[in-house]
Design a binder for this molecule. Structure first.
Ligand code: TXA
Ligand code: MG
Length: 319
């Protein structure tokens, strides 16, 4: 891993690392982000691997401007008013994904929505422009550790898990962006942050709905995911597959049987590739209307822990 002063040359080389599917940590006005090409599922999977998160939560996608955001997500009148008032800046909006937007499904953790923000920082803006791709970037720290506000914190926490850290000193705000859900009739505050709720309410002309779990914590990803279980019954650790089932395979040797459909998450048994394919594979198998989806055993190491967490939720009994 290289910590390099953010200048024209290092930003250009960081952009090529990102375009090749690598990870680059970069400063924003809030905290340092751990960035990857949001259109590349394997690159996004590497973010989860580097952070060591035991489950997939949806990540924020960073864009250079409103025009770029509008190619990815559906903007309501409120969303456009807020973008005009706060972007570039520390406001993140959860919006409906546009069909064919090209974003990885993993970046949304399988949801039909995406969180988007346009950062107000010289280096972040230059990197987004040079990369020419939307960048997924959660805070650049290991899971459970505090967010990094200096390049040295990133280096100490993530080490060799990140290819390059663009250093531009301490971040100005030091607090994450405010996250709003704009997919309903009224805006909902999911995470209080650097854009004050009162200023947002002044632009909207109404009071935000506050849907914080226990006051401080954002709506848990578990809650978000619960209604995204497949229609088909999901059977884990399958040793065989029935003729009325679809098979979610992993590794070089699919289990015996003649399923209606098969998708192999990774014939090579690569967990990064499997994570990148997980959500689209579940959707595609489910769309075929099988009675059940048989899932082969996936090792519980590295990204396997988060993959298995998601699969267990999909297999859990429905209310
Ligand atoms: O300041 C920031 O926002 C930093 C810098 C690097 O930009 N980024 C950041 O990203 O904090 P992240 O990925 O750690 O924050 C994601 C937050 C979580 O609270 C997550 O649950 C919420 O945004 N979120 C993301 N996508 C969502 C979605 N589709 N629906 C609901 N919440 C979502
Ligand atoms: Mg964080």
């Amino acid at each position: 891993m290289a910590v390099v002063k953010a200048d024209r040359a290092s930003i250009l080389s960081a952009a090529s690392v990102l375009r090749a599917g690598g990870l680059v940590a970069f400063p924003t006005e809030t905290v340092y982000g751990l960035g990857a090409d949001a259109t590349n599922g394997a690159a996004v999977a590497r973010i989860f691997e580097a952070k060591g998160r035991p489950r997939f939560n949806p990540l924020i996608v960073h864009v250079p401007d409103l025009a770029a955001a509008e190619t990815l997500a559906v903007f309501s009148g409120d969303a456009r008013r807020l973008a005009n008032a706060f972007w570039p800046g520390p406001l993140t909006m959860v919006l409906a994904r546009k069909p064919g937007c090209g974003l990885s499904e993993l970046v949304s953790a399988g949801l039909d929505t995406v969180a988007i923000r346009c950062p107000r920082h010289r280096v972040a803006a230059a990197l987004l422009k040079a990369a020419g791709r939307p960048l997924a970037a959660p805070s650049a720290n290991r899971s459970g550790h505090v967010s990094a506000t200096e390049a040295e914190h990133v280096a100490a926490d993530l080490g060799e898990r990140v290819t390059m850290v663009l250093d531009d000193g301490a971040t100005v705000l030091g607090l994450e962006s405010t996250v709003l859900d704009l997919t309903g009739a009224r805006a909902v505050l999911l995470r209080p942050g650097a854009a004050p709720a009162e200023e947002i309410e002044a632009v909207l002309g109404y009071e935000l709905v506050r849907r914080l779990d226990g006051g401080e914590r954002p709506v848990s990803p578990g809650q978000l995911e619960s209604h995204y279980a497949p229609q088909a019954r999901v059977r884990l650790d399958a040793k065989d597959v029935g003729a009325d089932e679809a098979l979610l395979a992993f590794g070089p040797e699919p289990v015996p049987g003649t399923p209606r459909a098969v998708i192999n998450l990774s014939p090579a048994g690569d967990l990064v590739e499997a994570a990148a394919n997980l959500f689209s594979a579940l959707r595609r198998l489910d769309a075929g209307g099988p009675r059940g989806i048989a899932v082969m055993r996936i090792p519980d190491t590295g990204l396997g822990e988060a993959i298995n967490d998601r699969l267990r939720r999909a297999a859990a009994p429905r209310p």
